[in-house]
Each structure stands twice: as C-alpha cells, then as structure tokens.
Design a binder for this molecule. Structure first.
Ligand SMILES: [Zn+2]
Length: 123
C-alpha cells in the first residue's frame, strides 16, 4: 500500500528501535505503550507482539511485569493523549494511520479485532 499523509512531510521509522524503546524501563509507561504500538504495528496499524505479552514488554529493569491495572491505566492515558486509537487493548494496540503507515511486506489482518485484509483509509 502506498504511504499517503495527504501531502504532509514524512519519513521512515525503525520499528526494531521502537521495540527496544518499548522495553526500556527508563521511559514512562504511557510512552512505552506508544513505542510498542508502533514497534509491532503491521500494515494496518495493529500490533502483533509475536507471542510476547505486553506485560513482558513493559517489564521493569529487573524483569518484574506491571500488573493488569497499571497496564490498563497506561493504555487509557495513551488513548487520552491520542497516542493510540480507542479500540486498542492490552492484546492489540492500534496506531492511527494519520501517524503511522506501513507498506511492503507484512500482514493486513488482526485476529484480536477481526480485521481481515482490506484497504485502509488514508486518514
Ligand atoms: Zn488489532
């Protein structure tokens, strides 16, 4: 799918670097949610954590995972800040196509949200 931000300037992003940031406990949890959403986003902006639970990604430096309540709170805050879209949840974070688009190789589906391959609107 062609990347189209309605004429706005854009550049590529290293998703592996975003994944590393998501796992970096020095960042506030709310931003780690956004890093995870972008780092694992597929071609329709839905994250696939490759079998890795979000709690594991968000572990602290000692490997302690945040509890469900902390994760849900951070997801709510990320939604309030517009970092992820409202249908996001702990199993699949979703980024807006206004912020992130991806083409080329990759998947266009989401089992969590029941998205089957289809064209995604440009914004
Ligand atoms: Zn999804």
């Amino acid at each position: 799918m062609a990347i189209n931000f309605n004429g706005a300037p854009w550049g590529g992003i290293n998703q592996a670097a975003q994944q590393r940031r998501a796992k970096d406990p020095r960042h506030p949890l709310v931003y780690r949610i956004e890093f995870a959403a972008i780092g694992w986003a597929n071609n329709v902006g839905h994250s696939r954590f490759d079998g890795l639970p979000l709690a594991q990604i968000l572990a602290d430096g000692k490997g302690n995972q945040p509890n469900r309540q902390s994760i849900d709170k951070a997801i709510r805050k990320a939604k309030e800040l517009g970092l992820i879209v409202p249908e996001s949840n702990a199993r699949c974070l979703v980024v807006s196509p206004r912020a992130f688009q991806r083409g080329g190789r990759g998947t266009y589906t989401c089992n969590v949200h029941g998205v089957s391959r289809g064209l995604r609107p440009a914004n």
